[in-house]
Design a protein around this ligand. Structure first.
Ligand SMILES: [Zn+2]
Length: 157
């Protein structure tokens, strides 16, 4: 089965219309189909789009960053955190590994701090305004490596 390399520009908004993220003007996002580089719901929708098309894609939380899981919220003593001052919205990594889960401070009550390990976009419907700039067939080497080569992708030295 052939796989495509897809390049696109996007503006991501939440349901209230607030802009959360976007591609940069001069550099579209480029991904290899099936490599898990972008969220499932968006990849599925982009399969049927042609270059030059501009569309709006609405992705349910289940196909984006998952539902918000209340089990992922826990309360700890403020002094367990490695910093003197704590503010709502602060993020902490839960281990020395750079892939360790990240938790976000969502509430501070006296000596207690409430931490949420859900992705910040968990539970949210995401509205993408998308324009496909290019689609091409992936090379066997790209499929082998699991990523895109060339502009917008990996450069091996
Ligand atoms: Zn490679």
């Amino acid at each position: 089965m052939t796989r495509q390399v897809v390049s696109f520009h996007y503006i991501l908004r939440d349901e209230g219309g607030q802009v959360l993220d976007s591609s940069s003007q001069d550099q579209p996002i480029t991904y290899l189909e099936g490599s898990g580089a972008i969220i499932d719901g968006l990849e599925m929708a982009l399969k049927s789009f042609s270059p030059g098309q501009k569309r709006v894609v609405s992705v349910a939380p289940e196909k984006a960053y998952g539902l918000h899981d209340p089990q992922q919220i826990r309360t700890i003593d403020r002094k367990q955190l490695p910093v003197a001052e704590v503010n709502i919205g602060d993020m902490f990594q839960t281990g020395p590994d750079r892939h360790a889960p990240v938790v976000r401070v969502v509430a501070i009550e006296g000596d207690k701090v409430k931490l949420d390990a859900n992705h910040p976009l968990a539970g949210q419907r995401l509205i993408f305004e998308v324009e496909i700039t290019e689609k091409r067939t992936a090379t066997p080497e790209e499929i082998d490596h699991g990523h895109v080569h060339g502009p917008g992708g990996h450069h091996h030295h």
